[in-house]
Design a protein around this ligand. Structure first.
Ligand code: HEM
Length: 238
């Protein structure tokens, strides 16, 4: 019995040692990720220092709508997109999390796509990234800068929702910091997740199945819906 188990472990190790290069992230997830990072940096800069002399924060609000559009795109893609982008593929229960932790302790490579812990982190990051522009819609400095919906709601709502806009950014920063720390930790395990998120490919054991990728037409449809919302809000309420 013990000999059979040992033989099986050795076979698994041998399989794991032989690697193939697998496409893991489609261009849409990668573009979404790096555009989101860039848009959040620009949103912070334009919020702190402004790009417009009059202090109306026009550019800050436009960039906020880009953040909102990106998150809407990613949420839609999480339902109809490529296998590794789908929430149903990476949102897993406690048993999958425990299995993953055990496999990780045995030194097995991370699964294709988000691991069961990273998957939940993705949802939290998306929620907080969405909360930034959504609270901003109701935020006001009572002088020059008002979110697109701030003047259409009672002051109590402005305060109750808009008041979260600035504190929420600190939450986002803390989470982004944790996110980057986790990625650095994987680097020590020999897994360069950042490179995979840039080039879209990663090494994986030879026997692992390659994920399926959705058609670009679907991605363009999701992008169109996101653009209609992101452009529609300032056009109608701006
Ligand atoms: C404001 C900062 C950031 C935010 C809000 C953020 C947000 C996210 C989100 C939402 C995902 C999921 C991607 C998806 O499935 O579509 C993700 C994944 C990822 N991010 Fe970031 N990110 C930030 C900064 C960074 C930075 C600076 C790096 C690189 C140093 C990085 C590297 C990665 C990698 C490698 C993944 C894939 C993780 C995995 O394999 O599960 N991120 N990030």
């Amino acid at each position: 019995m013990a000999a059979r188990k040992q033989a099986r472990t050795q076979a698994t190790r041998a399989d794991t040692a032989r690697t193939q290069t697998v496409k893991v992230w489609d261009i849409w997830v990668r573009a979404f990720h790096w555009l989101l990072v860039a848009a959040l940096v620009l949103a912070w800069y334009s919020g702190e220092y402004g790009f417009d002399e009059l202090g109306a924060k026009t550019w800050h609000m436009r960039i906020g709508m880009v953040v909102l559009g990106l998150v809407i795109f990613r949420v839609l893609w999480g339902f109809v997109g490529s296998e590794t982008a789908r929430f149903s593929q990476f949102l897993r229960g406690p048993r999958a999390i425990m299995d993953y932790l055990r496999a990780s302790r045995r030194g097995e490579p991370t699964p294709i796509g988000h691991n069961p812990i990273g998957g939940w982190a993705v949802v939290v990051l998306l929620l907080i990234a969405a909360a930034q522009p959504l609270t901003g819609l109701f935020a006001t400095d009572d002088i020059l800068a008002s979110g697109y919906l701030a003047d259409d709601v009672p002051q109590a709502i402005q305060g109750a929702i808009g008041g979260w806009h600035k504190p929420m950014f600190n939450v986002l920063l803390a989470l982004a910091g944790l996110h980057v720390l986790a990625i650095v930790a994987y680097r020590f395990k020999g897994e360069n997740l950042t490179r995979w998120m840039i080039v879209g490919r990663r090494p994986a054991p030879i026997h692992w199945r390659r994920p399926r990728f959705a058609s670009p037409v679907r991605a363009l449809a999701c992008a169109a819906v996101a653009a209609v919302v992101a452009v529609g809000i300032p056009v109608i309420w701006g």
